[in-house]
Design a protein around this ligand. Structure first.
Ligand SMILES: [Zn+2]
Length: 212
């Protein structure tokens, strides 16, 4: 079995959304050997939308579901990586309609974002009309290789359409080393009470049958 790690490395100098200071993770060492300690202990202060993460409905829907209530069986699934690396700006309804998408599919959108490590204000995103198409097709989940699944949509329509339909959203995937095709995805979020998102360790497995 092959394991492809499609998660971002969490580090002080990592790329964060719009390069905002408050999105940077804060590492603190509480005890270390060189300081006379008997152990190494640390803390991490992390924005829930920094790094590879899962958005729960509460992120964009008042009173929506929180991260610890997401059913884990929805995050160990057969999935398909779609090659959308030729798209420059946004993933349209037509781009989605060309992919033979079926009900229950879990799709990972591999775009030119994966080839770039620095934050790109013009990153490729899923246009709301594309999201509407995925909702109509009744997909199970969508992941993208950007820190946001949308930009330049003031009403956050893409998030609202997907989360409102109970579709899982994964953001911050790294898909550069993964070719388009079928895999098993495992992306369990941390079990944190009451929040709207949480970090995930997202991996793709090949050579392991998930079954139906
Ligand atoms: Zn998010």
């Amino acid at each position: 079995m092959e394991i492809y790690d499609i998660s971002m490395v969490i580090a002080p100098d990592m790329t964060v959304y719009k390069n905002k200071a408050e999105k940077r993770p804060l590492f603190r060492v509480n005890q270390e050997f060189s300081g006379g300690g008997k152990a190494y202990e640390s803390s991490l202060c992390l924005d829930m939308h920094t790094g590879t993460h899962l958005d729960a409905p509460l992120h964009m829907i008042e009173g929506g579901g929180t991260i610890e209530t997401v059913d884990l069986s929805r995050l160990w699934v057969n999935c398909r990586v779609l090659d959308m690396t030729g798209i420059k700006d946004k993933i349209s309804r037509e781009d989605c309609a060309n992919q033979g998408i079926k009900a229950g599919d879990f799709l990972l959108l591999k775009t030119r974002n994966s080839a770039q490590d620095a934050f790109d204000p013009g990153f490729v995103y899923l246009d709301w009309r594309g999201a509407q198409y995925l909702k109509e097709k009744e997909v199970a989940g969508v992941g993208i290789d950007a820190l946001g699944i949308e930009r330049s949509q003031p009403g956050h329509e893409t998030h609202k359409i997907l989360l409102g339909a109970g579709i899982i959203i994964l953001e911050g995937l790294r898909l550069k080393d993964v070719e388009a095709g079928e895999y098993v995805l495992c992306a369990f979020p941390l079990r944190i009470k009451g929040l709207e998102a949480a970090p995930v360790r997202a991996v793709l497995l090949r050579g392991l049958e998930k079954g139906p």
